[in-house]
Design a protein around this ligand. Structure first.
Ligand code: HAM
Length: 443
């Protein structure tokens, strides 16, 4: 029978390689940063009705047109695995009436898997993870600057230094209408040279042509009109204030007039964080976001609701984070029972001791495979279980109410008989390297 494999572009994260720990570190730091900025975590379902993303992200976007995992459930309903978190969060905020006169400003963050059927490559997967943060209810440029600042300081807290933040403004409805006209006028001159996909988008959603990766469209982009020429005074002033505040906050950024983002819901400020370390190759966007003041209404909210947010790609962060220096491992004990008759006695003591050690906060694993010799079990404990101490229980130890403790590590050969009542102190008191048991004052 053929061996089953994970779905292409969807990865296992295996223990034993330090990889899980790196994920946990990033998650813990993201949560910590969010708490510092007053964000609460929201958890939404992994799948939603397709309609949400069609209306939210936009029918003409690559995500909705060709990248969503869609399926019918048993009730013949059209569902999609979420390709991003913003639409789901807004859906939940509307559904639960979260923004209200009593609760006018809401700050939410989220962590979790997203799904896009893109061609897998380094830094581009079909199941990937995002850390996101969204603010609802405040249209001030201060929110744009502060949230971009949050993303920037989070990256710095991870030790990521080589990145640049691109910012632009896509303007509100009035600016967009004027820009749309300018784009249609420009691209209409080149109908024959556009890719078929962009030609189809020309009348429906010309902004999307700027986002196309087709070389035919890329070639025409340089001379295309810039949104900055169509911005109303109000939109221009909002963007100016965002840029000024970012400077005040010491956030390094560049204005990139070509930045349009790949999702339809944006209005006004947009930004993207680009890795400049070359660790990511072509997939160099660590994250992106912006203002989306019309999405609440679009998804059925009673009113427009100002909103601003971003999401970071966790796999890309992991590729970009500098490798941390090796940390001193915590004390981890493996209790090994030896062959005694009956073996139950050794097992009982081992499980009791394990319970006591864990209650004292010491990581403990019991290895009761007494039928195997001690040497390979010790090797397994040290190399695979990453144990710092092996605690063996045999006939002598049972008779004396003791346990034989051996520090595991290169060049360490000592083993000491320690009475049960002082094992905790003994394990805590001995540094895992560089000191002999006698110096610890242990029995
Ligand atoms: P996005 O630019 O589509 O924005 O995705 C944000 C980040 O997710 C990207 O910059 C990238 O790091 C990561 N990402 C996207 N697709 C993949 C993939 N196939 N494999 C690996 N990583 C990927 C959004 O999703 C918006 N919801 C952001 C937002 C929040 N805007 C406002 N609020």
């Amino acid at each position: 029978m053929a061996t089953l494999q994970a779905v292409k572009g969807m990865n296992d994260i295996l223990p034993g390689t330090g990889e899980v720990k790196r994920w946990q570190d990033l998650e813990a730091k993201f949560r910590r940063t969010c708490v510092l900025y007053g964000f609460d975590e929201v958890r939404t379902p992994l799948c939603e009705y397709i309609e949400l993303f069609k209306r939210g992200v936009g029918e003409d976007t690559d995500i909705v047109e060709k990248e969503m995992y869609t399926f019918k459930d048993r009730g013949d309903r059209d569902l999609a695995l979420r390709p991003e978190g913003t639409a789901s969060a807004v859906r939940a905020a509307i559904e639960h009436n979260v923004v209200s006169p009593d609760n006018p400003v809401v700050r939410w963050c989220y962590l979790g898997p997203m799904f896009r059927a893109e061609r897998p490559a380094k830094g581009r997967y079909r199941q990937f993870h995002q850390f996101g943060a969204e603010v609802y209810g405040d249209n001030s440029p201060a929110v744009d600057a502060e949230v971009i600042g949050l993303a920037s300081s989070y990256l710095q807290s991870l030790g990521i230094e080589k990145f640049v933040i691109h910012v632009n403004s896509l303007g509100g409805p009035e600016s967009r209408a004027a820009y749309r006209e300018a784009l249609v006028a420009y691209y209409s001159l080149f109908r024959q040279r556009l890719s078929p996909e962009s030609l189809a988008r020309l009348d429906r959603n010309p902004l999307r042509i700027l986002d196309s990766k087709d070389p035919r469209d890329v070639e025409l982009r340089d001379l295309a009109p810039k949104i900055s020429d169509s911005l109303t005074d109000m939109d221009r002033s909002h963007f100016q204030r965002v840029c000024n505040l970012l400077r005040e906050l010491g956030v390094h950024f560049v204005v990139n007039e070509g930045l349009v983002r790949g999702l339809d819901y944006y209005t006004s400020t947009v930004f993207e964080i680009i890795d400049t370390s070359n660790a990511l190759g072509a997939q160099n966007a660590l994250g992106g976001g912006g203002r989306y003041d019309r999405l609440f209404k679009e998804l059925g909210g009673h009113n427009d609701q100002p909103a601003f947010g971003f999401a970071l790609g966790v796999e890309r962060l992991l590729l970009s984070v500098p490798q941390a220096a090796e940390e001193t491992p915590p004390v981890r004990a493996v209790i090994l029972t030896q062959r005694v008759d009956p073996h139950e006695d050794a097992c009982t003591v081992a499980l009791r001791l394990a319970k006591i050690l864990r209650a004292a906060g010491i990581e403990t694993i019991v290895d009761s495979r007494a039928q195997y010799s001690l040497k390979p079990r010790m090797r397994f404990a040290q190399n695979k279980l990453k144990a710092t101490h092996a605690l063996t229980i045999g006939g002598v130890e049972l008779a004396n109410n003791t346990v034989r403790v051996k520090r595991l590590g290169a060049g360490v050969h000592d083993a000491t008989e320690v009475s049960f009542h002082s094992v905790i102190e003994y394990l805590r008191g001995i540094p895992t390297t560089g000191c002999s048991p006698d110096e610890s004052g242990a029995p």
